[in-house]
Design a protein around this ligand. Sequence first.
Ligand SMILES: Cc1cc2nc3c(=O)[nH]c(=O)nc-3n(C[C@H](O)[C@H](O)[C@H](O)COP(=O)(O)OP(=O)(O)OC[C@H]3O[C@@H](n4cnc5c(N)ncnc54)[C@H](O)[C@@H]3O)c2cc1C
Length: 331
Amino acid sequence: MNWKNQIWIVAEHREGILAAVSLEILGKACHLARQAGKTAVGVVLGKNVDGPAQELVNHGAHLVFQLETQDSPYYQEELAVHILARLAGDQRPEIILLPSSSLGQELAAGLAARLETGLASHCVDLAINEEGILEQFIPAYGGIGKISCPVKRPQMATIGPGVFPRPAPISDPQGLILRIPVQEEEPLRAKTLSLQLDPPRGKPLEEARAVVAGGAGIAGPGDWQLIEELALLLDGAVGATRPPVDEGWVKEELMIGQSGRTVQPDFYLGIGISGELQHTVGIERAKMIVSINNDPRAHIFDQSDYGIVADYREILPLLLAKIREKKKGLS
Ligand SMILES: Cc1cc2nc3c(=O)[nH]c(=O)nc-3n(C[C@H](O)[C@H](O)[C@H](O)COP(=O)(O)OP(=O)(O)OC[C@H]3O[C@@H](n4cnc5c(N)ncnc54)[C@H](O)[C@@H]3O)c2cc1C
């Protein structure tokens, strides 16, 4: 079989579980591969990664490089860059795609630097043009910018969770898994010795049917609790724009938009959010968008099904009281 024209998906996994975003990227890669006569290749690195490798095949990968580390059970970024750069030098993939998670971003940057090629981060779409060049779309300058890398190879991009739909398993997986043992050849300059995971809080954003998102218009961490309470009452998830994350009111994993998550709830309520494209690309698939903003010219209203021009400090206490009352009546 000819493994030329490879599109790599460098998969992310934790404790033997493949991250959903890796399957989403694989789905897109398979689509591009079919369109452009290329090969979708999963790359999975770590100890005991039979499960993630098989899952990639089950979801359409034509080939998986299963790079089995022998030493530390933990992901080591420096080692990953070294191993992937060597494999890329050998296989010469046309395209390398990674998740724009914190691990994926770090790995992508290190790998692009090592391979002396370009990298487009936080893409919101990908296409292959008639010349076979990868077109990488990102929100920029108030619109969607197209980035391409016509000379250097591989062409590299990162994509966030929820940007592409998750593919269903294929009925007759035929992909091949190549197991390659890898070893630490030199001592690493920095090494992960243990991991402490935060327990997940509330509903995952991508799965929530209602999302209550707050922005820079929220006055502070005290008022942020109103956002959390409303999300809880609606049995939904909390989301945010960049400023509340920068302020430390909310974890980065709850940021919606180009550098964050893409959500598709039945109901999205944006409070104190101006509607910058970097945020709104993440809510395009919401079925109903409602926003509260005290500036009638805020861009978020252009995208909203219902807009409330008001100070959230007046509206939210009324809304919370009304919902509490309704819920009480139902119980
Ligand atoms: C490369 C890049 C990637 C980025 N990625 C992301 C991303 O993934 N997600 C993201 O969110 N941002 C991202 N950003 C940042 C983005 O450009 C915006 O700066 C950000 O989305 C603005 O957040 P905001 O709407 O909360 O704040 P602002 O733009 O400051 O808007 C605050 C709004 O609150 C309103 N307001 C103020 N007081 C009240 C009140 N009392 N009641 C009601 N309304 C009030 C104001 O009228 C205003 O419209 C990115 C930027 C770059 C350059």
